[in-house]
Design a protein around this ligand. Sequence first.
Ligand code: NDP
Length: 251
Amino acid sequence: MTTPFDLTGRRALVTGANTGIGQAIAVALAGAGADVAVAGRSEPAETRTLVEATGRKFVSIKADLSSTAPVEEVVATTVAELGGIDILVNNAGIIRRADSVEFSEADWDAVMDTNLKTLFFLTQAAAKHMLAQGRGKVVNIASLLSFQGGIRVPSYTAAKHGVSGITKILANEWAAKGVNVNAIAPGYIETNNTEALRADADRSKAILDRIPAGRWGDPKDIAGTAVFLASPAADYIHGVTLPVDGGWLAR
Ligand code: NDP
């Protein structure tokens, strides 16, 4: 039986997929039928095991995405190994915390480069193939801080607002050419990224009390949405940043 969520025959590239949300997305895309390449700094041993268990092809590409230097090669390797590229999930991201009054230029640059600049130029490299074939899906991982201000995370908030903006402009340019560009704004998800937050009992309780769903998100909550946005079911969705946040923004 075919469903509008079927990704059989699709070729996907996911950044930062050795842990957390990226790993869950890579595994879910494979579960829906896609072959998967992942790009990142660390060896994605667990992701490899999980993806290969689905029977789909898995390719690991070593790349430090803190600069744009590797983007052309990452896309070229994906295309060479998988035979093309139909789906790009820009997930790799970092956060730096400090009061804005003393926030360092190094932390500003590190976050903007990894979370925004590389995302744009990797998308540009992948889109050349997608536009040529008249088909493609780009899914950017944004944040609640694409909508809200946050505290002590100025470069992260600026970068994630930027991710939402880039998602809109690329959707404007490519929607008529068969390429969908959308973003997901995860709420509070249980990953390495939020470990310190969860370990702080007071902050953790305050966060939980404010989430209408009454629980933290699981990486699988984001992965299902990524499969949806990468699938034919989302063919008419362009330029949105979709909150997946247990109702946080509805509050
Ligand atoms: P993780 O820390 O588990 O995942 C981040 C991933 O990005 C890791 O695989 C990491 O690889 C990779 N990465 C970071 N820097 C680089 C780099 N220079 N080159 C290559 N890969 C890199 O956290 P999450 O799963 O939570 O984060 C995934 C995305 O979700 C991020 O964009 C984050 O901003 C976003 N997000 C997460 C939320 C949450 O509550 N968890 C909420 C909102 C957004 P490595 O192990 O090598 O560092």
